[in-house]
Ligand binder design. Structure first.
Ligand code: C2E
Ligand code: MG
Ligand code: MG
Ligand code: MG
Length: 296
C-alpha cells in the first residue's frame, strides 16, 4: 500500500520534471521572437552613497514580459539565452538601452545624473568583439565612457576565458569594470592582482551577515572591514549588494563601505518610477508598458 503510494509520488514527480524541462525548452525557443516583439525591457536599481543615500549610479536589470507567464526575472531566462546563443543579441539590447537611458539622464542634469552599470554573462565576456561593440554603443548613444560600468563575475571571467589583456581592451575604452558577487566565486585575490577592475560589488550574503545582533564584531563585519581596506589599498570602489535595513546601511557605512544597493534604497524600477532616480528620469518613463511594471 505504502509502496504503491510512493511509486505514484515518483510518477508525479517525474511528470512534473518533464513538464518543467519542456517549459524551459519552449521558453528558450521563444527568445528570438520575444526580442523581435519587444518583450524585453530594462529596470534600473539605484546604487547610492552610503552616508547620505544619494544615487550615484543605477544597475540595469533585464526583464521579460512574457505573454503567458507574466514578467520573468533574469534567473529564469539568461541561462537559456546563454545556451542557445541568444545572449549576444539580448546583451546588445540591454547595453544599448542602458546607455541611451544614462545619456538621457546626463543631458537632463549633468551634475547629478547617475551613471549606469550593465551585467555581462560568461558568453558575452568571451565574445572577441565585445570591446568593439561597447565602443560602437558609446559612440551611437553619445554616453561618455566613464558613465558606463560593466559588471562581470569572477566565474564569467574564468568561463569566458578572458585574459587580463583582453579585459584591458575594455578598460582602455575608458569605461569602468566591476567584479560582481565578489566573495562568492573562485580565487578572488589572485584575480585582483591581474584584472583591470575598478570596483568590487560585495555579494549580498555579506549584508545578510550584518543584519543580526552581532554589531560590528561578527565575522561578516570583520570580513567586510578587511575587504574595504583591501579595496582602498587597490583604489577600488566597494558597493555592497542586498542592503535591506537601515541598521545594515549604518553598519556598512561604519565599516568604510562607500556605496550600497538594495531594497532599502529602492528595488529595480522603471527609469521614471518614483524614487531616487526620478529626478533624472527620461524617455523610457514615457513608455506606458514599462511604467506599468514596477517592483521586482
Ligand atoms: P546581480 O547583478 O547580482 O543583481 C542584483 C540582483 O539582486 C537583482 O536581481 C536585484 O533585483 C536583486 N536585489 C537587489 N536588491 C536586493 C535586496 O535588497 N535583497 C535581495 N534579496 N535582492 C536584491 P535580478 O534583477 O533578478 O537579477 C539577477 C541576476 O541576473 C543579476 O544579479 C545578474 O547577474 C543577472 N542579470 C540581470 N540583468 C542582466 C542582464 O541584462 N544581462 C546579464 N547577462 N545578466 C543579467
Ligand atoms: Mg550585477
Ligand atoms: Mg551582483
Ligand atoms: Mg548578487
Amino acid at each position: 500500500w505504502a509502496k504503491a503510494a510512493g511509486k505514484g509520488r515518483f510518477a508525479v514527480f517525474d511528470a512534473q520534471r518533464d513538464a518543467r524541462q519542456t517549459a524551459r525548452y519552449r521558453l528558450g525557443a521563444q527568445l528570438p521572437r520575444a526580442l523581435e516583439r519587444g518583450e524585453f525591457f530594462v529596470l534600473y536599481q539605484p546604487i547610492v552613497r552610503l552616508p547620505d543615500g544619494f544615487p550615484v549610479a543605477a544597475e540595469a536589470l533585464v526583464r521579460w514580459r512574457h505573454p503567458e507567464h507574466g514578467v520573468l526575472a533574469p534567473g529564469q531566462f539568461i541561462h537559456l539565452a546563454e545556451d542557445n546563443g541568444m545572449i549576444a543579441e539580448l546583451g546588445r539590447f540591454v547595453l544599448e538601452k542602458a546607455c541611451r537611458q544614462a545619456e538621457a539622464w546626463r543631458r537632463r542634469d549633468p551634475a547629478r545624473a547617475p551613471s549606469v552599470s550593465v551585467n555581462l554573462s560568461p558568453r558575452q565576456c568571451a565574445d572577441e568583439g565585445l570591446a568593439g561593440e561597447v565602443d560602437r554603443v558609446l559612440r551611437e548613444t553619445g554616453l561618455p565612457p566613464e558613465r558606463l560600468q560593466l559588471e562581470l563575475t569572477e566565474s564569467a571571467v574564468i568561463e569566458g576565458h578572458r585574459s587580463p589583456e583582453s579585459l584591458r581592451e575594455l578598460s582602455a575604452l575608458g569605461i569602468r569594470l566591476a567584479l560582481d558577487d565578489f566573495g562568492t566565486g573562485y580565487s578572488s585575490l589572485a584575480y585582483l592582482r591581474t584584472l583591470p577592475v575598478d570596483a568590487l560589488k560585495l555579494d549580498r550574503s555579506f549584508a545578510e551577515g550584518l543584519r543580526g545582533g552581532e554589531g560590528l564584531d561578527g565575522v561578516d563585519a570583520r570580513i567586510v572591514a578587511a575587504l574595504t581596506q583591501l579595496a582602498r589599498a587597490l583604489t577600488l570602489t566597494v558597493t555592497v549588494e542586498g542592503v535591506e535595513t537601515a541598521a545594515q546601511a549604518y553598519r556598512l557605512a561604519r565599516l568604510g563601505c562607500e556605496l550600497g544597493q538594495g531594497l532599502l534604497f529602492g528595488g529595480p524600477g522603471p527609469a521614471g518610477a518614483a524614487g531616487p532616480l526620478d529626478a533624472a528620469a527620461e524617455p523610457d518613463a514615457l513608455h506606458v508598458g514599462e511604467q506599468a511594471v514596477g517592483g521586482h
